[in-house]
Design a protein around this ligand. Structure first.
Ligand SMILES: [Zn+2]
Length: 357
């Protein structure tokens, strides 16, 4: 059984997810299998033992989460079969959760084997090719629609241009956008990241950026004004800046909210009922509900919706978030309209989501 398997009847039979990291969606069993095949001698021999290293189930902060990634990424780096298995598992887990459409992201550079003799840029390209091929196969096998977003890392601006080139090369081949992830800080004016995002904008590659997660609202402003972000990953701290909040509402800027993640990384600290998502829902902000790193946080979308309900969101407000996600996804216009149409066929019409597609 996968980490994210549902066993009861699903109250939300057509889901849309926009913010999920492939490397945060690796099953513990798959890690054990890969380690065994590659003859990596892990001290942890069982799922329970390894879970203690790779899952964050309490409010332990961002550093603890990054430690979990540091622990398991070496197991999968530079291994084609591992990446294929992880993508295949991901597709299966999406299908089991009744995800109708998802955009999954990863930073190809963090999967490069530092000891490989293959030229690094060639390895990075191969990784994207393996991921897109495996995704196509998984989509076909599980009759599901998934696309990829490639991430730049904020602390590795030197790799950003390569990510942009890959987004361009694979733009008609399952890659739909570019992201910036990693520890959050303002980038300097001369950073290649800004040039890369400017160019992504100029050549029509969709853009999202992690900002205002553990960092300040100023990072959201930077992402919008200086990096042309169309969507913001997390963005909780935008509520601290009244003017910016009004702009996010007015311009319908999409916020990719990840409830469990926000508690575990301490991006939000406080009672669930005072979580910003409640205000976002009541104020008609354009936001979606996402898992971020489903296996690391031992979560799935229905668990995230349960947290949203605890925060005070109605079932209708949760469904509305699927329509928001569909409207703000990075698919071409005709496919985006099809997606909205499908959601209408499943959830009917309601004044809350009677939006023009
Ligand atoms: Zn994220």
């Amino acid at each position: 059984m996968s980490d994210t398997e549902e066993t009861t009847e699903d109250p939300f039979p057509a889901k849309v997810e926009l913010h999920v990291h492939l490397d945060g969606a690796v099953r513990t069993q798959t890690l054990l299998d890969i380690a065994k095949r590659r003859e990596i001698d892990l001290p942890e021999k069982t799922i329970e033992e390894l879970d203690k290293k790779v899952k964050i189930t309490k409010e332990e902060g961002l550093d603890k989460m990054l430690d979990a990634f540091d622990y398991f990424l070496p197991i999968i780096r530079g291994d084609k079969e591992a990446l294929e298995q992880i993508v295949s598992d991901f597709c299966e887990d999406c299908a089991k959760q009744n995800i109708y459409y998802a955009e999954v992201r990863f930073a190809p550079h963090i999967l490069v084997d530092p000891n490989s003799e293959t030229e690094r840029c060639r390895q990075v390209r191969d990784i994207v090719r393996i991921a897109t091929d495996a995704l196509k196969e998984g989509c076909k096998k599980y009759s599901i629609k998934l696309r990829l977003i490639l991430c730049c890392m904020r602390n590795q601006p030197e790799n950003a241009y390569e990510v942009l080139l890959l987004c361009d090369e694979f733009r008609n081949d399952y890659v739909v956008g570019i992201d910036i992830a990693g520890a959050e800080f303002l980038t300097d004016a001369e950073s290649p990241l800004k040039t890369v995002f400017q160019e992504a904008h100029d050549i029509g590659i969709h853009r999202t950026a992690h900002a205002g997660e553990v960092g300040a609202s100023e990072n959201v402003r930077e992402a919008l004004d200086e990096m042309h972000a169309e969507r913001i990953g997390h963005g909780y701290h935008v509520i601290e800046d009244e003017k910016l909040y009004a702009r996010v509402k007015e311009d319908k800027i999409h916020l990719e909210i990840c409830p469990s993640s926000s508690f575990r990384t301490k991006a939000f600290q406080g009672d669930v009922k005072s979580h910003p998502m409640k205000k976002f829902a009541d104020d008609g902000i354009n936001f979606s509900l996402n898992t971020d790193d489903p296996c690391v946080f031992a979560t799935n979308l229905n668990k995230e919706y349960a947290i949203a309900e605890e925060a005070g969101l109605s079932k209708e407000q949760i469904i509305k978030s699927f329509f928001n996600a569909a409207q703000s996804c990075f698919l071409p216009d005709d496919e985006r309209k099809e997606l909205v149409k499908h959601l209408h066929s499943v959830y009917g019409n309601d004044s809350l989501w009677a939006v023009s597609s």
